[in-house]
Design a protein around this ligand. Structure first.
Ligand code: AMP
Ligand code: ZN
Ligand code: ZN
Length: 403
């Protein structure tokens, strides 16, 4: 008998008697992941959030360190794939892809639904390929047929859908007949990111929004608790990044330093990606060393901790503002007060919430911050899925689980 056939027979035998090497399997086990955009890790300490607090007591509370750049699309797709943006190819919310000769913009439906932008394997594909149905309510990437696949249930993005309606859909999906019920559900809310941008993370209105979101969670969990199989569901509530206040006195307009026509593409903001015309990189780099409140790097010389700089889609120059600085490259300057993210992903202001509670997780445990590349492996482990290659660390993931 050849080796692979005997392995297959052994695997089938172990499966029948319910032994899965290295992990436990449960026939009907569900994972529900909610992302609340821009929910900074310290907001729960500043607000009255009884639902999040009880989630922390019921399970594991930690914080998620975003991957660089600490913006929405790269990080949601990192959460889905377990890969750093440098490795999955969604290198910013806005970028030029020389491999496709196309520009990616988060508001551009043709770009967002084009699978060619998305590398790696999102967890919903891993699940579907291994026979488990997955559902997405607005998770970044789920609208594109990546590897020719999409989650069994997925929605076209529409930010006007009220959060409670989204919660109701998730509950309804969990009530579907068992044969078609999704085993993995990933859903999303745009707040408190929007209010953090407009009003700053320090404003009372941001804290009020956080409290409002906690009430949506209270509603969701009250409904979930009514499900017969509530005890079979592992819940994860997380965010993609935090938020920092920037002020007008530290505003930088790169237009004051560099000629626009020396660049093929400019994507300004935090961070700023610059694509200098041939031979202009060194001059632009030298000039940028004079600009205040920013650090400019040549691609390839970006400090290792950012895991950023090998992907051809990253501009030849990357400008990372200091916390407190907003950067533009515009003909008109617009210095103002506001909130932003996209900064150094190790800055405490960029840290996001992470809560996990359910039958698989430890109870009432607080863990130090973890890199968000670990979510993919966490879900794979929960659903007993063979993971695709990823940047997660199984030792970090194992700390979350009950022995
Ligand atoms: P950011 O600029 O990084 O703060 O991006 C946040 C914005 O991304 C939010 O205002 C959302 O409207 C938008 N967004 C989040 N998820 C999606 C999605 N799946 N499709 C389109 N836009 C999205
Ligand atoms: Zn975000
Ligand atoms: Zn944002």
């Amino acid at each position: 008998m050849n080796k692979s056939l005997s392995y297959l027979i052994l695997w089938a035998f172990l499966s029948i008697i319910g032994v899965f090497v290295g992990c436990t399997s449960h026939k009907s086990h569900y994972v529900v992941v909610l992302s609340m955009d821009g929910f900074r890790s310290d907001y729960p300490d500043k607000a009255h959030v009884p639902t999040l607090d009880s989630l922390g007591r019921a399970g594991v509370k930690s914080a998620f360190r975003p991957s660089f750049p600490s913006v929405t699309f790269p990080n949601h797709y990192t959460l889905a794939t377990g890969l750093h943006p440098d490795h999955h190819g969604l290198v910013n919310n806005f970028f030029y892809a020389p491999d496709l000769d196309l520009i990616y913009r988060i508001g551009d439906n043709d770009a967002v639904t084009n699978p060619a932008f998305y590398g790696g394997e999102p967890i919903w594909n891993t699940a579907e390929k291994q026979g488990l149905r997955a559902a997405s309510f607005f998770w970044v990437g789920s609208e594109a047929p990546i590897q020719g696949m999409q989650p069994s249930i997925c929605k076209t993005y529409d930010k006007t859908v009220p959060f409670r309606v989204r919660a109701d859909s998730v509950i309804a999906w969990l009530q579907l007949p068992e044969e078609i019920r999704p085993r993995l559900i990933m859903w999303y809310m745009e707040e408190p990111d929007a209010i953090g941008h407009s009003d700053t993370p320090d404003s009372p209105t941001t804290i009020a929004k956080v409290e409002e979101l906690d009430k949506v969670l209270a509603y969701f969990f009250a409904e979930a608790r009514k499900l017969k199989h509530f005890d079979e569901i592992d819940f994860i509530v997380l965010s993609d990044h935090g938020m920092a206040t920037y002020s007008p006195d530290k505003y930088v307009n790169l237009n004051d330093y560099l000629p626009r026509d020396s660049f093929d593409y400019i994507f300004d903001g935090v961070p700023t990606l610059l694509y200098p015309k041939e031979t202009y990189t060194d001059s632009a780099y030298a000039i940028l060393q004079q600009a205040p409140h920013v650090k400019a790097y040549k691609k390839g010389e970006i400090p290792e901790q950012f895991v950023y700089g090998s992907n051809p889609r990253i501009g030849d120059l990357v400008v990372i503002p200091d916390i407190g600085t907003y950067v533009q490259f515009r003909s008109e300057s617009n210095p103002r007060l506001g909130g932003a993210h996209g900064y150094d992903n190790f800055a405490p202001e960029m840290e996001a919430i992470f809560y996990a509670a359910g039958p698989s997780f430890k109870k009432n445990v607080e863990l130090p911050p973890m890199a968000n590349v670990n979510l993919y492996l966490t879900i794979a482990r929960l659903l007993n899925l063979q993971p695709a290659p990823n940047d997660g660390d199984i030792q970090v993931v194992e700390q979350l689980f009950r022995p």
